[in-house]
Structures are given as C-alpha cells and as structure tokens.
Design a binder for this molecule. Structure first.
Ligand SMILES: CC(C)(COP(=O)(O)OP(=O)(O)OC[C@H]1O[C@@H](n2cnc3c(N)ncnc32)[C@H](O)[C@@H]1OP(=O)(O)O)[C@@H](O)C(=O)NCCC(=O)NCCS
Length: 262
C-alpha cells in the first residue's frame, strides 16, 4: 500500500512543476484524494457492496469535486491536476500514466447498459474541459486538447483538438524532430502536453542538447550507410538503448532537492 502511495506522489512530481514536497501533495492535491477514495470505493464495488461503494464515491465527489464511478477501472500513476468538475463514468477504463485536467468528462452517449464510456490507453493526456464521449479507445500517448469534444476513436500518439475533435497533423515535423520529442518526453519534459516556447533557460539548454544528440545520431547513421555502400568492412551495431530507470533516478534526485528546498 505504501509503495503505491509513494508511486502516486512521485507521479505528481513528474507531472506538476508546482509540487514542492510530499506533505504538500498528500494534503493539498484533491486529484490524489479522489484516486485514493476511488481505490476504496472500487474495492467495495467488487465485493458487491454497491451502496457503500456509491457512498464513498459520493463523499469523494463532495470532498474533491471529482466524480469517479466505483466501477471505473483506473491504472497506475493516474494523475488528475487541479481536479474539480471531473466525471468518470462506470465503464470507463484508464491505463497507466494517464493525466486529466480540470473539467474533463469521460462520459457516455447512450443509456444502454454495458460498455458506454471511453478507454484511455497508457500515457494519454486530456486537457482542461475536454469531453470524451462514447465506448471507444483513445490510443496510447494520445493528447486531447483543452475543451475538445471527442466522439470517435483516437489513434495512438495523435493529438486531437476542437469540436468535433479533429486530429492535427504537423506536416513539417521531421523524423528527427519526432524522435527528439519522444526523447524529451522520456526524460519528463512536456508537463502540460505543450513543449514549445519553454521560458526556462535550463529546459531550453537541455532541449538544445537533445537536438544536438539527435543530429549526431542521424549523422552517424548516414556515415554508416555511406561506408557500407563503399564496400567497407563496417559492422552495424545497434546504439545502446536509453534506460528509463536512469531518468527516473535523476528525476527522483531533483525532486528530493526541491522537497528539501535546495
Ligand atoms: C492539444 C495540445 C496538446 C497541443 O499541443 P501541441 O502539440 O504543442 O500543438 P500546438 O500548440 O503546436 O498547436 C497545433 C495547432 O492546434 C491548435 N490547438 C492547440 N490546442 C488547441 C485546443 N485546445 N483547441 C483548439 N485548437 C488547438 C493550435 O492553435 C495550432 O493550430 P495551427 O496549426 O492552426 O496554428 C495543447 O494545446 C493542449 O490543449 N494541452 C492541454 C493543456 C491543458 O489543458 N492544460 C491545463 C493546465 S491547468
């Protein structure tokens, strides 16, 4: 239980730059309170204690302004930032590392019993005020813009904005830029799902380093190809993978520093 609690608190540090220390997260984050109460109401629901489950859920709504039906399935490291005005329906399913902002509805469009609410796969971000309505899937890593109304499936990694929700395609995004973005997200950038215009000089410097790394990677790949085409004895070897644990470690260290006010 304490392990899960620790993981929940860490997930806040990863996604909210305003979080200062664990005590603050424990006491001042309604999104966390709602998730913990949902764990209780969900376990009562599964034990067929439907009314007590609804009561706990209702208490959570009163306390936090976030309504999560006890039947909704929620993954790990779920983060609701700011809370208030959130509705998550009975048959909604939420994967790991999903982020919702205030005013989001994961709702249904019919009164039929059975699956009628959306499924959000891992890493989905739903912006403030967005409504995702119906029994379809929002693919892993997709982003739903603030105030969008989405009624159709969203492919993994896509960004959808507007009413009705439309997928935005950034035609000028090169392969290298896409890779750089993926790398930046891996180390915890993009807290609000918006990566451009970073005013933080340290973040800017890291961004430039990532660009440079990306350019060096592409150059090395091209050189390898050129050497091969010249018939040189060139042994193609995969570049070592970036291990997530290393970045988690750095993040954890930074968060401890912030917690200690350093
Ligand atoms: C949807 C979102 C993830 C897009 O981020 P992005 O990939 O960096 O996209 P961009 O900002 O480059 O915008 C791409 C295009 O979509 C438009 N757009 C972005 N967000 C939009 C939104 N919510 N509604 C309508 N259009 C939007 C932009 O104007 C731009 O249009 P253009 O190409 O015609 O200029 C981001 O805008 C968003 O809404 N994030 C949620 C943030 C949030 O809710 N924060 C709450 C903090 S309390």
């Amino acid at each position: 239980m304490f392990e899960r609690l620790r993981e929940d608190i860490q997930s806040v540090f990863h996604r909210d730059p305003a979080a200062r220390n664990a005590f603050e997260v424990l006491t001042c984050y309604p999104g966390m309170h709602a998730i913990w109460l949902h764990r209780l109401s969900g376990s009562l629901w599964r034990k067929d204690l439907k009314w007590p489950a609804r009561m706990v859920s209702n208490f959570g709504r009163w306390w936090t302004g976030i309504e999560i039906h006890p039947g909704a399935k929620v993954g790990r490291r779920f983060f609701i930032d700011h809370g208030m005005g959130i509705v998550i329906g009975e048959t909604a399913e939420i994967g790991d590392d999903v982020t919702l902002y205030q005013g989001v509805t994961l709702g249904g469009t019919s009164w039929n019993k059975g699956k009628r609410h959306p499924t959000l796969e891992s890493g989905v971000v739903v912006g403030a005020g967005a409504k995702v309505l119906g029994p379809f899937t929002v693919g892993a890593g997709a982003k739903v813009g603030s105030n969008a109304v989405v009624t159709k499936p969203v492919p993994a990694g896509a960004t959808v904005v507007g009413i009705p929700g439309r997928i935005i395609v950034k035609s000028d995004e090169t392969d290298a830029e896409a890779k750089r973005k993926a790398m930046a997200e891996k180390i915890g950038f993009d807290a609000y799902g918006v990566s451009e215009d970073m005013p933080d000089p340290v973040a800017k410097a890291i961004g430039q380093l990532l660009d440079h790394l990306q350019a060096v990677d592409v150059r090395m790949e091209d050189m390898g190809k050129a050497l091969k085409s010249l018939g040189c004895e060139y042994r193609e070897k995969e570049l070592p993978e970036l291990h997530q644990e290393v970045f988690d470690c750095i993040k954890e260290r930074n968060e401890t520093k912030v917690g200690q006010g350093i």
